[in-house]
Design a binder for this molecule. Structure first.
Ligand code: ATP
Ligand code: MG
Length: 585
């Protein structure tokens, strides 16, 4: 990969430098703690890297995670390395197997695989505990018995240093005794914590004797009742990286201030001979901020729990399970991740960029079909009753090798309501009394007028067809008409439920302050984000399998819903319209 590669970014530059200088070449599996799957492997080839994607299984993955997944797995793929999937499951209160399963599905769906490298931080609990005892023995950790509130008070502020806890100078023996009794379950939640002994005067608050362990009496989804003592994220995360011989530990910018702690802890444990070296290095990049959605787990949970959407896999949810039902594609996400790149500056990405990536991918892979979403009857007065014939429509205009399919034509058709006007507006080239237009893949018709009901609403349109104008027959091109309408034969088409999805929020920055006033992001939900209609579909669509994507000509991309479709009766979700209708808004 060279510097002029379009996918170049600062992290790739670091990786390439490290590979060039052989920074990780000296790494050896030395019989120190680490997952068995890695111990069994040969020493890491110097030309390889190890990254990891470390989700906490406390929710469903969202579009932002896709950025991190594509980055971590993409680096491993492009540099012949490995990327681990590690569940950061250190908090028993919020984690569940359901989330573990959905995360595994989502990463696979995006097109990535971790081979044998599936890990759980909870598998390291024994080592994490042993290391804590080693830190205590080395005078680098102590048991504090202050209340949570007192600890907060002692911590100080950004402008003021902290104060030492009165328990900071407990002897090693006393600390070990208390810590073992914490593990044995002798104390209630909150009675004691284990703290790293760093520096209460440090300018960086994360270094002011951060908490490594707290007591939590509660079952863990994987370790059951074995523990009543759980490690904090900052304690567990860096050690887990080191145990797995991660070379480049990539995280979002909010962890920049945690890096000194990450390095302090691993340096100390390596000095105690407990970790392999060279140690992993942490690099931070800016998280994905995307307009017209929210990407915070807390808000996503609220959207589901309060019923603002139809669950985690609602096609409007910015979750990956939602994206999948929406018809967004893995290749579209990978393209998106490449386009937005990776940097250290926080910025907003416009939703239209993600939608364009999906259009780009779907334009390639989706076959074309015909659907009339707002049906109006068109009667061809001079076409014989009971007659029918076949027209031929290409399955993909750019891929003749995909062939054509037959679409039946008969006396009564369905066309879009908007394709007829009693009184045309300027530049209107569709049907209006006296006008001519082509029925795509079929005949040129001349419009005779319409029938109306008592309220004046159009109930059907009448026309005459020109028998020598059939598309694909000699001379059919002699007719020069501007309008080109899609249609289905009323006798052959079938009615089906179609769901027209649109953006979940109607404002680019849901809940953004206005004139200094806090606003509720829920007030920005788009009331028109889901519309159910009954459309008339061409017969070939009956055979669609769940998750098959199509371009409905002139309308957009649609996918057969993977949950509600039945054999011979697929339900279609609109993935995205053909063009961005929001840029004008
Ligand atoms: P929370 O911190 O609320 O638990 P989270 O979204 O950070 O939520 P994690 O499970 O910790 O959830 O995330 C796993 C990985 O995904 C982390 O490395 C995190 O940095 C990354 N990640 C999360 N959100 C984004 C985002 N919007 N853009 C890029 N990466 C993200
Ligand atoms: Mg997180």
């Amino acid at each position: 990969m060279s510097a002029d590669n379009p996918t170049a970014n600062f992290i790739r530059n670091i990786v390439e430098d490290d590979l060039a200088t052989g920074r990780n070449a000296t790494r050896r599996f030395s019989g120190r703690p680490g997952p068995a799957a890695l111990q069994a492997e040969a020493p890491l080839d110097p030309a390889r890297i190890r990254t990891r994607f470390p989700p906490e299984p406390n929710g469903y993955l969202h579009y932002g995670h896709a950025k991190s997944i594509c980055l971590n797995f993409g680096l491993a793929r492009d540099y012949g390395g490995a990327c681990h999937l590690r569940f950061d499951d250190t908090n028993p209160a919020k984690e569940e197997q359901e989330y573990v399963d959905s995360i595994i599905d989502a990463v696979h769906w995006l097109g990535f695989d971790w081979g044998n490298n599936l890990y759980y931080a909870s598998d390291y609990f024994d080592w994490l505990y042993e290391f804590a005892e080693a830190l205590i023995a080395a005078g680098l950790a102590y048991v504090d018995s202050l209340s949570a509130e007192a600890i907060r008070e002692h911590r100080g502020t950004l402008t003021e240093g902290g104060r030492n806890s009165p328990h900071r100078d407990r002897s090693v023996a006393e600390n070990l005794d208390l810590f073992r009794r914490m593990r044995a379950g002798e104390f209630a939640d909150g009675a004691h914590v284990l703290r790293l002994k760093i520096d209460m005067a440090a300018a960086n608050l994360n270094l002011r004797d951060p908490i490594a362990y707290r007591i939590r009496h509660g079952a863990h989804h994987r370790t059951g009742d074995k523990w009543c003592l759980y490690p904090m994220y900052d304690y567990a995360h860096g050690i887990s990286d080191a145990l797995e011989n991660i070379t480049h530990s990539l995280c979002t910018l909010e962890f920049e201030d945690h890096r000194p702690l990450y390095d302090w802890l691993n340096d100390k444990l390596a000095a105690l001979g407990l970790l392999n070296t060279p140690l992993p290095r942490q690099y931070e990049f800016s998280r994905l901020n995307l307009t017209y959605v929210v990407l915070s787990k807390r808000r996503l949970i609220q959207l589901v729990e309060e019923g603002h959407t139809d669950g985690w896999d609602d096609p409007r949810m910015p979750t990956l399970v939602g994206a999948r039902r929406r018809g967004f594609t893995p290749a579209g996400f990978r393209l998106f991740a490449e386009r937005i790149g990776v940097s250290k500056s926080d910025s907003w990405i416009d939703m239209s960029l993600l939608e364009d990536c999906m259009r780009e991918d779907l334009n390639e892979r989706a076959q074309r079909r015909i659907a009339v979403l707002d049906p109006l009857k068109l009667v061809i007065d001079n076409y014989p009753e009971g007659q029918e014939e076949l027209c031929h429509a290409p399955n993909h205009p750019l891929k003749p090798e995909l062939g054509k399919r037959e679409i039946p034509f008969s006396k009564e058709l369905w066309i879009e309501r908007e394709d007829y006007l009693d009184t045309p507006t300027k530049g209107y080239h569709r049907l209006t009394p006296g006008s001519m237009a082509r029925l795509r893949y079929g005949f040129v018709v001349k419009c005779l007028g319409a029938e109306h009901d008592a309220e004046g609403r159009v109930v059907s349109v009448h026309c005459e067809y020109l028998p020598d104008s059939k598309s694909g027959t000699p001379g059919s091109d002699n007719y020069k008409v501007k309008g080109n309408l899609h249609w289905v034969s009323a006798r052959h088409a079938y009615p089906a439920e179609v769901r027209l999805y649109d953006r979940l929020f109607s404002r680019p920055h849901p809940g953004a302050k206005e004139q200094g006033e806090e606003r509720d992001y829920l007030a920005d939900l788009n009331p028109d984000s889901k519309k159910l209609i009954t459309a008339q579909l061409e017969p070939a669509l009956r055979a669609a399998q769940p998750e098959d994507s199509f371009q409905f000509e002139r309308h957009g991309y649609f996918v057969a819903d993977r949950v509600d479709s039945r054999p011979d009766q697929p339900v279609f979700n609109r993935t995205v319209t053909l063009r961005d209708s929001w840029s004008k808004a």
